[in-house]
Design a protein around this ligand. Sequence first.
Ligand code: GUN
Length: 291
Amino acid sequence: MTAQIIDGKAIAQQVRAEWKIRSDKLIAQGVTPGMAVIIVGNDPASKVYVANKVKACAELGLYSIHVEMPADTSEAALLAEVDALNKNPAIHGILVQLPLPGHLDAHKVIEAINPDKDVDGFHQMNVGALVTGETPFPSCTPYGVMVMLEKTGIQIEGKHAVVVGRSNIVGKPMALLLLHKNATVTICTSKTVDLAKHTRDADILVAAVGKPNFITGDMVKPGAVVIDVGINRNSDGKLVGDVDFASVSAVAGFLTPVPGGVGPMTITMLIANTVRAAERLSGLVKHADAE
Ligand code: GUN
């Protein structure tokens, strides 16, 4: 079998166009959705991600603020910046790029963000809401995976979904979103004993472990849907996922590439969450419709 490649770039463009319509409606009523991104330090990968987020905002006509703080920023200074953005009426979404330098407590900083502006969906209140199934802000990467599956016409209900990775940003929220769609969900880690036994049983396999080419063809059920969330550099400096593309594409039914798979969806869903935040905070769209 040769896997059908899921074109994340094309799906992201389509979804962005859908959200642009909602955003333009707000703009026509005098509310421009606004997002603030705070980056602390000089992590090169984080800088690229943040630049792409700001660029996507501009392309869709959203307002954005890009706050760059030095690596030795104090916790008090960072919390003061978050507080100022919480109070800024032009800003509907606030995102603090992770990881933060070691001396800063990411948990404390995230909890300082107004939950109504928490477009990453990382605040405990929104994580709790995700558990009960009603969060306004699903975390962007797993949210993007769900939209990709839906737009590709992949059935989730009743299927066995295996998520490899248990991070707060991807693995855990991914498992919950799949569960809400009535998948039977197994969460594994890179340390799971006999991991291949579990992955080979997956109808939908999501790889989010951060290890280059970790999932190989012999670990995949023929015809399975394989979603690669990894973004790694191999020893040649080339961008590769957590999935060994060559061997898995010969076995899987569907596969997302890296780059051009999940990546473009993550930023798209950040835009979606920001527009939804603006709809809710402005009061121009009833909560029930701001979904
Ligand atoms: N670092 C890696 N992924 C993310 C993300 O989705 N949001 C934030 N804030 N930081 C990240």
